[in-house]
Design a protein around this ligand. Structure first.
Ligand SMILES: *[C@@H]1O[C@H](CO)[C@@H](O)[C@H](O)[C@H]1NC(C)=O
Ligand SMILES: *[C@@H]1O[C@H](CO)[C@@H](O)[C@H](O)[C@H]1NC(C)=O
Ligand SMILES: *[C@@H]1O[C@H](CO)[C@@H](O)[C@H](O)[C@H]1NC(C)=O
Ligand SMILES: *[C@@H]1O[C@H](CO)[C@@H](O)[C@H](O)[C@H]1NC(C)=O
Length: 488
């Protein structure tokens, strides 16, 4: 009997060619958003001509651009003791229960743009409490004051209520971004408030109470604790999280430790076993060089606008989605002036890597715009590779695992109501083809590719040979193939 079964399998294997990889019929996670933060570029971009500001909004929030579905607005703390004016957003706070709603016109402008474009995930996040509420009355190099949880929560909830009443459907609030540091010494490079783990439950309780008393508690979810790295997040949860575990909507973390797959997977299983009701989200990252396949990545300065860096960032997204199974990914500042060179004096500089700039944006602008009047926007390859995720991973769509020969951690299957999107990076210098089958009848409809020479360029759709689709993957590229559910 055993012999017969074996020989039947052997015959099958000889008669049918390798099926290649298979898209599973069982969904993995449901996606909630792809986005980034409105810090600190709004201060500069607000000074640009309105046509350019509109262009920025379209490039970020409409599908002709990135199609982001998450936007993180930075509510200012007044910038007290912050030396860089671009990183010193004004605060609405003028005293207990009193506000200047004309403050931070820059940040509010782009928040309104995100809302007008229908971005579904709108977060208000704070790097610090308003200066008067902190220990040293500054917006950095200071600390949260024990006993001020209700006052700080009142401020945050009043601001949320004001903008919700205006019609901006803010649905998340994050009261402490990277609470392990006050970002001193003073004068500081940015706002920041040290909130030791032992104080975090008070921050969340104060905010929860203030939201509840305004009827906003079911409407605005609390995100915490925005730890800079997975290791500090994990080490500190026991100190604060059990006290407020029912008050946190999503456990959000940054990945500035650029974790290995094993470290990331271990963090996820730690959360699953200790806090089974909570889902984690990746909410901030920037600033890495490295290779297209993700090796060599790590926090550093340096500007690399090329396909190498664009593909390197795709490996970070795949890691969060495939290895960690997370539903959400936010990049950090979206726009940056950290080009590290002067585009008007050297026209090649925006497309060439240099060590003076930073990979902290996907759209760049001239740091000297105020004096030279250059209001051009420069899109890096990271913009175009990020567009594959922003355009094709919408909230409510689900990941489908891919198994079998050719499956890898650089290929993502997204199932929406009517389509499958296969997003795949080929970080090598050789062309390859992924053979792929689906758990239901599908019709190949389109393909788009970003490579050294292409920016989201239309390419031929996948071809069907006997039910197995062939997906060509050009060297050093990211490609998305679209398949309509049902027959052609
Ligand atoms: C803020 O800046 C002032 C003026 O330089 C300085 O005296 C003070 O120590 C700073 N405060 C903090 C908390 O660093
Ligand atoms: C998870 O949430 C459910 C429903 O709110 C609750 O009954 C349960 O105790 C929670 N489990 C843990 C481990 O917190
Ligand atoms: C928006 O900016 C991009 C990038 O610089 C440019 O290619 C495009 O033409 C601009 N669109 C408009 C409508 O100004
Ligand atoms: C993806 O990465 C994880 C962790 O490194 C590994 O266990 C898994 O086998 C990889 N999946 C594929 C399809 O290569």
């Amino acid at each position: 009997m055993g012999f017969l079964v074996l020989s039947a399998f052997a015959t099958l294997a000889i008669l049918s060619p390798a099926l290649g990889a298979q898209v599973s019929s069982t969904p993995a996670q449901t996606f909630t958003g792809i986005g980034g933060s409105g810090a600190w570029w709004p201060y500069d971009l607000y000074n640009f001509p309105d046509s350019v500001r509109q262009n920025v909004s379209n490039l970020l929030f409409s599908d002709s651009g990135l199609g982001l579905t998450s936007y993180r607005w930075n509510v200012g703390a007044g910038g007290v003791n912050v030396s860089n004016p671009v990183r010193a957003p004004q605060t609405f706070y003028t005293g207990p229960g009193t506000y200047n709603w004309n403050a931070d016109a820059q940040g509010v402008y782009f928040l309104r743009q995100a809302a007008q474009h229908g971005v579904p995930g709108l977060t208000m996040f704070a790097n610090s409490a308003p200066a008067p509420l902190t220990k040293d009355k500054t917006s950095c190099n200071s600390q949260f004051v024990t006993g001020s949880g209700n006052a700080y929560g009142t401020f945050l909830a009043d601001v949320l209520q004001h903008f919700i009443n205006e019609g901006i459907p803010l649905n998340y609030v994050s009261p402490m971004n990277e609470p392990d540091s006050g970002f001193g010494p003073s004068p500081c490079g940015q706002e920041g408030m040290y909130v030791p783990a032992s104080q975090r439950a008070e921050v969340i309780n104060g905010l929860w109470n203030a939201l509840s008393s305004r009827g906003l508690q079911g409407r605005v979810g609390i995100l915490a604790d925005e730890s800079n790295s997975l290791s500090s997040a994990r080490n500190e949860y026991a100190t604060w999280l059990p006290q407020v575990v029912d008050k946190v909507a999503f456990l959000v973390h940054h990945t500035y430790d650029f974790p290995s797959d094993a470290t990331y997977a271990s963090y996820i299983s730690f959360v699953k076993s200790n806090y089974p009701n909570l889902t984690t989200r990746m909410s901030e990252i920037c600033c890495s060089l490295g290779n297209a396949d993700g090796t060599g990545r790590g926090w550093s300065g340096g500007y690399d606008p090329t396909i190498t860096n664009g593909l390197m960032w795709t490996t970070m997204l795949y890691q969060s989605f495939l290895v960690a199974g997370e539903p959400h990914y936010d990049f950090w500042t979206l726009l940056s002036s950290g080009i590290g060179c002067s585009p008007l004096s050297n026209s090649n500089c925006v497309t060439t890597a240099n060590s003076n700039g930073w990979n902290d944006g996907v759209i760049y602008y001239d740091p000297d715009y105020a004096s030279n009047g250059n209001h051009a926007l420069y899109l890096t390859k990271h913009f175009w590779t990020f567009k594959h995720f922003g355009n094709f991973i919408k909230p409510g769509s689900q990941r489908r695992p891919i198994t079998g020969t050719g499956a890898n951690n650089f290929t993502l299957a997204v199932s929406s109501q009517n389509n499958y999107f296969i997003i795949s990076t080929n970080p090598t210098n050789s062309a390859s083809t992924l053979p792929l089958t689906f758990p239901e009848t599908v019709c190949a409809t389109a393909g788009v590719r970003t490579s050294a020479s292409e920016d989201f360029a239309s390419i031929a759709k996948a071809t069907n040979s006997g039910g197995t689709f062939q997906l060509p993957l050009a060297p050093m590229s990211i490609t998305t193939y679209t398949f309509k559910k049902g027959s052609c």
